[in-house]
Design a protein around this ligand. Structure first.
Ligand code: KG4
Ligand code: ZN
Length: 339
């Protein structure tokens, strides 16, 4: 079976072709980072307009790379939410229309399920069950995963997501958007121990998280110590350490509570090397393993949507002729998808 996947939920246009026997046949990604850089964040209207321009040429390129014709496809998967509604509507409309024209099912995919399943595209995918530490720009969650579609949210961020906290703190330091990877790079030159940021909500039970206080703490630290190059690096170090420590503490609790030992990290912040190291260390201590996607599939991409769509298609979960765009959509309310 072969599926075309389309991702347009935010500021990346991603397209991919996944075959259940041959694996990933092609993928294309266009990032709008430059388009939004001057505004310091994503401008939804500009994002939608750009997806309109880029999606079809990227599909054509992926089809030509994989030497695929329309009749080779068994389904078209598109990100139906969560995300920016205008941006979602572009991928949803193109995906639904192509599926209609090609006479195959259209499969609405949950963006965070795409992230969660991205490690399945690797050579050694995780086996079920596992704890997923989902850390993206818009969401942060600890999820107990028993099989495809069986997702129990154990805890989530009650304010800023981890990626959002990285981006906002980076902005305070004067770094470009999206500042997460730049802040992580800066942290490599930081002095351990010069600053200590709080580990929010770790002193009380439960798995919910809060990261918005860390940017305020960063703002106060900058105000008191200045923003010279070394101080910036030291603040970046302490900020990153606090986010990672907090996620490790919460993940440890999730493992204890569920009795599981396998950890999956996914979403944009799973590209963070420190987080990978810290969670690998936790996995080692409990006698488990850690899994994450290759770096290019940590952030938004079409491959994860094509993969998740394939699983839904095999389960015969696809939509009618409607175009589905659901800006807010909890990951534990997926079934049946799009119906
Ligand atoms: O998953 P994603 O592509 O988008 C959403 O679904 O929201 O995640 C993007 C987020 C951004 O906030 C970005 O700054 C963050 O992931 N990010 C990182 C790193 N790479 C990307 N944050 C920390 N360290 C990184 N290396
Ligand atoms: Zn994402």
């Amino acid at each position: 079976m072969r599926v075309l996947g389309i991702e347009t939920s935010c500021d990346e246009t991603g397209v991919a072709i996944y075959d259940d026997e041959q694996g990933l046949l092609a993928h294309q990604l266009y990032s709008q980072i430059k388009l939004h850089a001057d505004y310091g964040g994503v401008v939804p209207e500009l994002a939608s307009r750009d997806h309109v321009k880029k999606t079809i040429p990227l599909i054509q390129k992926a089809m030509s790379d994989a030497n695929c014709r329309p009749e080779d496809f068994d389904g078209v998967a598109y990100t139906a939410g969560p995300g920016l509604v205008g941006a979602l509507l572009v991928g949803a409309t193109i995906g639904r229309s192509l599926a209609y024209a090609w006479g195959v099912p259209a499969v609405p995919v949950h963006h965070m399920e795409g992230h969660l399943l991205a490690p399945m595209l690797e050579d050694t995918p995780p086996a079920f069950p596992f704890i997923a530490v989902l850390v993206s720009g818009g969401h942060t969650m600890m999820v107990e995963v028993h099989s495809i579609g069986d997702y129990r949210i154990l805890g989530e961020s009650i304010d800023d997501a981890a990626g959002e906290a990285f981006d906002k703190t980076a902005k305070l330091m004067g770094l470009d958007y999206p500042g997460g990877p730049l802040l992580a790079k800066l942290a490599e030159k930081g002095t351990p121990g010069r600053f200590r940021f709080p580990r929010p909500m770790t002193d009380r039970p439960g798995l919910d998280m809060s990261f918005s206080g860390l940017k305020t703490f960063a703002a106060n630290t900058i105000a008191a110590n200045g923003n010279d190059e070394q101080t910036q690096a030291d603040i970046a170090y302490a900020f990153q350490e606090a986010v990672c420590d907090t996620l490790v503490i919460k993940c440890k609790r999730a493992l204890q509570q569920s009795g599981l030992k396998r950890i999956v990290i996914a979403g944009g912040v799973s590209a963070n090397q420190r987080l990978r190291q810290d969670l690998a260390e936790l996995a080692r201590k409990v006698g488990g393993d850690v899994y994450y996607p290759r770096t290019e599939f940590c952030t938004d991409n079409g491959a994860m949507i094509a993969y998740a769509g394939m699983q839904r298609l095999k389960n015969k979960e696809f939509s009618d002729l409607s175009v589905q765009a659901t800006p807010r959509w909890p990951i534990d309310q997926l079934n049946p998808v799009g119906l």
